[in-house]
Design a protein around this ligand. Structure first.
Ligand code: SAM
Length: 327
């Protein structure tokens, strides 16, 4: 029986990562990044391995030709192995963006950003799953930039992009520190939600809290807007309560001056374990000369994303809104 491509790659990643994990005494996710690097380079890069392990790994790598897989097959297999690794070592602040949300983000970026060639930044790139989902869906010339503070996640993102052959500029730093990045046409981010511990740095932001720690997700929005060209678009996965928090007044004032809300699409509550963790997709456009606001913002309560019939009717609604409002 022929093995499905995603399953074949999943097995390869997973088995070779396990071997490396044991030999290198590291975590499964660290070992996954190592095996991904090996596969990309077509050789075994770790010199501390026994001869027999090296031979075994080489044999397994030789059995697979990456050129026979689509970018989406590689992304999906890699994503499944990361999910397995994340189950072993729970990382509460590092949740990968689910595929259904990534697909929807791709659809929105495609509808709003109409240039055939543009600069796209993800300031919370994590494993790169969201960004590469968008890159795989959009048949456009995209120069992409990712930022991530966590060393392991950025390594996973870097290996992910290499395996899928996506050129990507990566910065391993706190995104709220100064960024040496030219302005971009669009931003996507599944925002980290919570307090930002660095009050000194937060003081540089208009959206800082007057007392105590500021909200990282608010500062991320401000930083992203600062690095977007006038007229550029920003797509954020936000907590539903964004406009109801104690800091919401400042956020509204900032939005009034700097951006236009193009849309808020609430993800189905059924996607979240608890209602307080539920999220929406917020679409903004940075203000600029000649940029006119939409007649009305696109407000959507998304149905179950796996229901094809309901999704089709929502996508039609979005399509109609774009035709009527996008100038
Ligand atoms: N879209 C990502 C993916 O598909 O893997 C997941 C993003 S996850 C919800 C949020 C990410 O923001 C985490 O990877 C976390 O490490 C990162 N993060 C949190 N605070 C940060 C900061 N100050 N600077 C840069 N990255 C940060």
């Amino acid at each position: 029986m022929k093995i499905a491509p995603v399953e074949q790659l999943f097995t390869l990643f997973s088995e070779t990562a396990r071997v490396l994990q044991e030999e290198l005494s590291c975590t499964y996710l660290e070992a996954l990044a190592e095996t991904g690097e090996n596969l990309f380079h077509g050789s075994v890069l770790q010199d501390e391995l026994s001869e027999i392990t090296e031979k075994r790994l080489k044999k397994q790598y030789m059995e697979v030709n990456l050129g026979n897989f689509t970018k989406e097959e590689i992304r999906k297999a890699y994503q499944l192995v990361i999910l397995k690794g994340m189950k072993e070592n729970v990382q509460p602040n590092h949740q990968m963006t689910p595929d259904s949300v990534g697909m929807l983000m791709s659809y929105l970026v495609d509808k709003f950003v109409q240039q055939p060639s543009f600069r796209l930044m993800d300031p919370a790139i994590g494993t790169g799953n969201l960004l590469t989902t968008v890159l795989n869906q959009l048949q456009k010339d995209i120069h992409s930039i990712g930022i991530e503070v966590d060393d392991l996640l950025i390594k996973l993102a870097y290996v992910n992009a290499n395996l899928q052959e996506h050129p990507l500029e990566l910065f391993n730093q706190d995104s709220l520190e100064p960024l040496f990045i030219d302005p971009v046409d669009a931003v996507i981010a599944d925002l980290p939600v919570g307090f930002y511990p660095n009050d000194i740095r937060a003081a540089e932001y208009q959206l800082k809290a007057n007392e105590g720690h500021s909200y990282a997700h608010h500062l991320f929005i401000e930083q992203s807007v600062r690095h977007t060209k006038p007229g550029g678009y920003l797509f954020f996965i936000i907590p539903n309560g964004l406009f109801e928090s104690d800091q919401a007044g400042k956020l509204r004032a900032f939005f009034k001056d700097e951006v236009m809300i193009q849309g808020v699409l609430q993800l189905p509550l059924s996607m979240f374990k608890n209602k307080n963790a539920a999220k929406s997709i917020l679409v903004l456009q940075k203000k600029g000369e000649g940029i006119v606001s939409p007649k009305q913002a696109l407000l959507v309560n998304l149905p179950n994303l796996s229901s094809a019939v309901e999704m089709e009717s929502i996508l039609k609604k979005i399509e109609k809104w774009v035709q009527e409002n996008k100038r």
